[in-house]
Write a protein that binds this ligand. Structure first.
Ligand code: PMP
Ligand code: GLN
Length: 411
């Protein structure tokens, strides 16, 4: 039996050493580095820095306001009503049906809920799973940069190689000739993102046609990251790959509920792909996580049929409010974000620091956290640009710009 005395003796230095020996042996082992990205993702770094300096956090992309009460209520109800066990592997049928109905209503496209939709724990996971379903060691994937920071590590974790094509600057259009030139016999896939994080650019129908022309006589697969599909402004509209029949037949389309219902922490998303691709996706998914949070699926299935004001109206008001305020600072905006909830701005009038140092300085000295745009380039390319997330309460945006206004031009 344990008493004070033998607890002491159990925890003598010698005993502790013996207990920990296998642990130290373990941590000194060489573990494989599965991808080339070193360090911690910029979103974690900047949010932690914001906390450390008590700064206003316009860095990591997440809203700072409450979700629709009906949605939180539906989540609580689902748990209280006993929907707490495993859902079917592909996702709750009523949620997949609600997703299909939403695409039919909003884009006029028919998606089969049984053979084409898989519910996932967020889009990051869906992207990884799609890559894992299609990639073999030695394959190449074309990544258009700046790009969301999980793409290249996900490609490399599968033993494949990312071939990077930069967007044109200024304006962040796609350099189609460069995409064409990047294709080799090993090119397995191209990952694209529209509306685009971090630049806020959106693809037109003509962009999809250009892509179709490039891949037409190849077996190249498309991953279309459309997580911001509902965040498009100024009367423009999102074109989904699902509307492009030719491309749809060779595409995985990836979505996140977090961007639509302001609940990024729920980590809920889905993948839409032709049946053969969906089967391959589910072959991986069933052994990666098998199935997704059941009460959240019930809540989302119910909420998809609720009438809500379109999310882009709210976000456009926030974008316009933020841009109006930013005009009184020394930051310059090349173009208002056409989509997503991010605004890129230049600080060239304020400082010559590289963007990561500038973002750190801005957080520490002025209490506003942002994301340095070089974090979206594998070679760290930097153009004195930072990214603001404007999915925030007006008071948050106003308070942050009050701080930014105090920063003068570089001497
Ligand atoms: N792709 C892009 C471009 C994103 O900005 C995000 C934001 N997190 C994701 C994918 C991942 O979404 P989720 O949080 O659902 O994993
Ligand atoms: N998508 C969000 C962003 O770009 C957050 C992603 C993350 O935290 N991994 O800020």
């Amino acid at each position: 039996m344990l008493n004070e005395h033998n607890v002491d003796s159990i925890l003598s230095t010698k005993t502790i050493g013996a207990m920990l020996a296998p642990f130290f042996m373990f941590v000194s082992m060489q573990l494989p580095q599965k991808h080339s990205a070193t360090g911690t993702t910029i979103f974690t770094v900047m949010s932690a820095l914001a906390q450390q300096y008590n700064a206003i956090n316009l860095s990591q992309g997440f809203p700072d306001f409450h979700i629709d009460e009906r949605l939180s209520q539906a989540l609580g109800d689902a748990a209280a009503n006993g929907y707490n066990q495993y859902a079917p592997m592909a996702g709750l049928p009523q949620l997949r049906q609600a997703i299909a109905a939403s695409f039919a209503r909003r884009y006029g496209v028919q998606v089969d809920p049984d053979s084409e939709i898989t519910v996932t724990p967020g889009a990051t996971y869906a992207i990884y799973t799609a890559f894992t379903a299609i990639l073999s060691p030695g394959d190449e994937v074309i990544v258009i940069e700046p790009a969301y920071d999980s793409y290249i590590p996900n490609i490399e974790m599968n033993g494949a190689r990312a071939v990077v094509v930069p967007l044109l600057s200024p304006g962040f259009g796609v350099d189609w000739q460069a995409v064409q030139d990047a294709i080799t016999t090993r090119t397995k896939a191209i990952i694209i993102n529209t509306p685009h994080n971090p630049t806020g650019a959106i693809w037109s129908r003509a962009d999809w046609d250009q892509l179709a022309a490039i891949v037409r006589h190849t077996d190249i697969i498309i991953l279309a990251d459309e997580v911001y599909e509902q965040l498009v402004y100024d009367g423009e509209r999102h074109y989904t790959v699902l509307e492009h029949e030719e491309l749809r037949a060779r595409s995985f389309a990836l979505y996140s509920f977090g961007k639509v219902y302001n609940n990024t922490g729920w980590k809920m998303g889905y993948c839409i792909a032709p049946p053969v691709f969906t089967q391959a996706f589910r072959r991986i998914h069933q052994f990666l996580c098998f199935t997704v949070n059941t009460p959240a699926q019930y809540a989302l299935a119910q909420h998809l049929s609720n009438d809500s004001a379109p999310i882009h109206e709210l976000m456009q008001r926030k974008r316009d409010y933020f841009l109006g305020l930013l005009a009184d600072t020394q930051f310059t905006v090349h173009e208002p974000a056409r989509g997503s909830y991010f605004q890129v701005a230049s600080y060239e009038r304020i400082s010559n620091l590289p963007d990561k140092e500038f973002a750190e300085w801005l957080t520490r000295e002025h209490g506003v956290a942002t994301i340095p745009v070089s974090a979206f380039y594998s070679n760290g390319k930097e153009d004195k640009l930072i990214r603001f997330c404007f999915a925030k309460k007006e008071e948050t945006l106003a308070a942050s710009v009050e701080r930014l206004k105090k920063i003068g031009v570089a001497q």
